[in-house]
Design a protein around this ligand. Structure first.
Ligand SMILES: *[C@@H]1O[C@H](CO)[C@@H](O)[C@H](O)[C@H]1NC(C)=O
Ligand SMILES: *[C@@H]1O[C@H](CO)[C@@H](O)[C@H](O)[C@H]1NC(C)=O
Ligand SMILES: *[C@@H]1O[C@H](CO)[C@@H](O)[C@H](O)[C@H]1NC(C)=O
Ligand SMILES: *[C@@H]1O[C@H](CO)[C@@H](O)[C@H](O)[C@H]1NC(C)=O
Ligand SMILES: *[C@@H]1O[C@H](CO)[C@@H](O)[C@H](O)[C@H]1NC(C)=O
Ligand SMILES: *[C@@H]1O[C@H](CO)[C@@H](O)[C@H](O)[C@H]1NC(C)=O
Ligand SMILES: *[C@@H]1O[C@H](CO)[C@@H](O)[C@H](O)[C@H]1NC(C)=O
Ligand SMILES: *[C@@H]1O[C@H](CO)[C@@H](O)[C@H](O)[C@H]1NC(C)=O
Ligand SMILES: *[C@@H]1O[C@H](CO)[C@@H](O)[C@H](O)[C@H]1NC(C)=O
Ligand SMILES: *[C@@H]1O[C@H](CO)[C@@H](O)[C@H](O)[C@H]1NC(C)=O
Length: 402
């Protein structure tokens, strides 16, 4: 910079600070949500010699799309075709901050401010604000904060999901809400709605794997709610977990199965008496991927191997190892078979004996009834309901045998 430029710059600054100038400060571009409101943050300067004219009765005007056009807003004399709004700044304090309500596409355009106060009449053409009306609100942003050297979130580590949103003029102010699918209970969360930042803090578990977290910004407008959302799907690495339903059953062979779930997808190994089992004719293994993280393995054991003391299922991945000892069903022997037969025989005998006893009892009671009838017909009639055909027959026969 040379001296001449220095002097020019200095005098320019001096003019602004000491003598006042005719500059205005307002945002170059503003987005406004249709159906909502817009605030034009605005301050202006006036030449020093005109300051005395600026009073509390000053009028603020807005022109749109050209200084030759009729005003769209007048703080003192609003007209029916004017935009609805108000100057919230104090004009005599050179604050021309304005709010426009009930925004529609008519509000699209370039705005010029004009001040009128006594002899002070000035339109600011140096700077304008361009209002861009949008139909749907801008999307919020969801970010995952984690240990920077981790590719994926590890089980047990703390996770922070932050939703942040640029807000537009709205009454009531917009709100942020979280939702997630599948639904899971969350341990911690926090909200800082005034900044329109919402944090979700929690400790990662396998239940958070592949859960999609959605953050929604909602603008409550007069006739409807307008929303926009962003989402993030969490990927959590976790050690294998063996399903408690894993176990063995017997058909004519012994089949054991083991279900393991883990991320990264685990590998599964069988240990028979502590030794790894290979896929052979005596021990055939089949594997099936249940989903991106789950694996099911079945092992079919030859008869000769079921005497073996233990069968273990081991699942491992880079996060860890899980083991489960499976209870082998007791071997099916000839002794067992004969004991089953004995059981059946005993049961049969018991049934026969029971039937015999019942028979005897029935006969005994009918005999007694017959005796009673013979002894006292009146009493018998009183005590019992009209005898059935069968009973009558029995009684007769009983009478015969007596
Ligand atoms: C308005 O402008 C003033 C001065 O430039 C600034 O301090 C303030 O944060 C602005 N307000 C908004 C809502 O932009
Ligand atoms: C101008 O007025 C508005 C509304 O009253 C206020 O929010 C803003 O802070 C004021 N700006 C300055 C620079 O004082
Ligand atoms: C908002 O503007 C629409 C048309 O642009 C009009 O129908 C409605 O009555 C206005 N609402 C208010 C509260 O001014
Ligand atoms: C959320 O976690 C961040 C750091 O990860 C911490 O600064 C903040 O205080 C936590 N918020 C709550 C409510 O626990
Ligand atoms: C807008 O959302 C609020 C709260 O989320 C709800 O109470 C209200 O009923 C909704 N209004 C409409 C028109 O959907
Ligand atoms: C997540 O956001 C993307 C892009 O915005 C969208 O395509 C997808 O449908 C959303 N998923 C869910 C579950 O909301
Ligand atoms: C399979 O079982 C047979 C007899 O039961 C045995 O001779 C053979 O060595 C077994 N094979 C393997 C691979 O264990
Ligand atoms: C075991 O061998 C059978 C037959 O050779 C094959 O179908 C099966 O996929 C193998 N299982 C595994 C886990 O390799
Ligand atoms: C995958 O399968 C395992 C085992 O059945 C189950 O625990 C897990 O919830 C499944 N994961 C998904 C994402 O469906
Ligand atoms: C699982 O364990 C076996 C031995 O126990 C090992 O060779 C293999 O690398 C492990 N796999 C993973 C993914 O860690």
């Amino acid at each position: 910079m040379n001296k001449a430029e220095d002097i020019i710059l200095f005098s320019f600054l001096l003019q602004g600070v000491c003598f006042g100038d005719s500059s205005i400060s307002l945002p170059e571009k503003i987005e406004a949500l249709s159906g909502s409101c817009v605030i034009i943050n605005c301050t202006f300067e006036i030449p020093k010699d005109k300051v005395k004219h600026l009073t509390e009765s000053a009028t603020g005007l807005w022109l749109k799309d050209g200084t030759d056009k009729p005003e769209v807003f007048n703080s003192k004399y609003p007209k029916p075709n004017h935009f609805k709004g108000e100057i919230t700044g104090k004009l005599h304090e050179k604050n021309c901050t304005t709010i426009f309500y009930n925004i529609s596409s008519n509000h699209n355009g370039k705005y010029y401010f004009r001040i009128e106060s006594g002899d002070l009449k000035q339109t600011y053409t140096g700077k304008t604000s361009t209002v861009n009306v949008i139909e749907s609100p801008p999307k919020p942003t969801v970010k995952l904060y984690k240990d920077p050297d981790q590719e994926e979130v590890l089980e047990g580590s703390s996770v922070r999901l932050r939703c942040s949103a640029e807000t537009l003029c709205s009454s009531p102010p917009p709100t942020l809400t979280w939702s997630f699918t599948p639904r899971i209970p969350l341990s911690e969360s926090s909200r800082q709605q005034e900044l329109l930042i919402s944090d979700l803090n929690f400790t990662a578990t396998h239940r958070h794997h592949r859960v999609t977290f959605t953050c929604t910004i909602t603008y409550q407008l007069q006739d409807k709610n307008k929303t926009a959302q962003d989402n993030i799907t969490l990927h959590v690495q976790y050690a294998p977990k063996i399903s408690p339903s894993s176990g063995c059953y017997r058909t004519d062979v012994t089949v054991c199965f083991c279900e393991v779930d883990g991320n990264p997808p685990p590998e599964l190994e069988w240990l028979l008496s502590g030794r790894p089992v290979s896929n052979s004719s005596n021990t055939s293994i089949s594997e099936e991927r249940l989903n991106s993280t789950g694996l099911r393995s079945s092992i079919t054991l030859h008869q000769s191997l079921t005497h073996t003391s233990s069968l273990q299922c081991v699942g491992n991945n880079t996060r860890g190892t899980a083991r489960k000892l499976l209870q082998l069903p007791p071997p099916l022997t000839s002794l067992n078979l004969s004991s089953v037969m004995t059981g059946v025989a005993v049961a049969a005998v018991l049934v026969i004996v029971f039937c015999a006893i019942t028979c005897v009892c029935v006969r005994l009671s009918t005999k007694l009834k017959a005796q009673n009838e013979a002894a006292d017909t009146y009493a018998s009639l009183q005590l019992s309901a009209p005898p059935s055909e069968y009973e009558t027959l029995n009684i007769k026969r009983g009478g015969d045998t007596l």
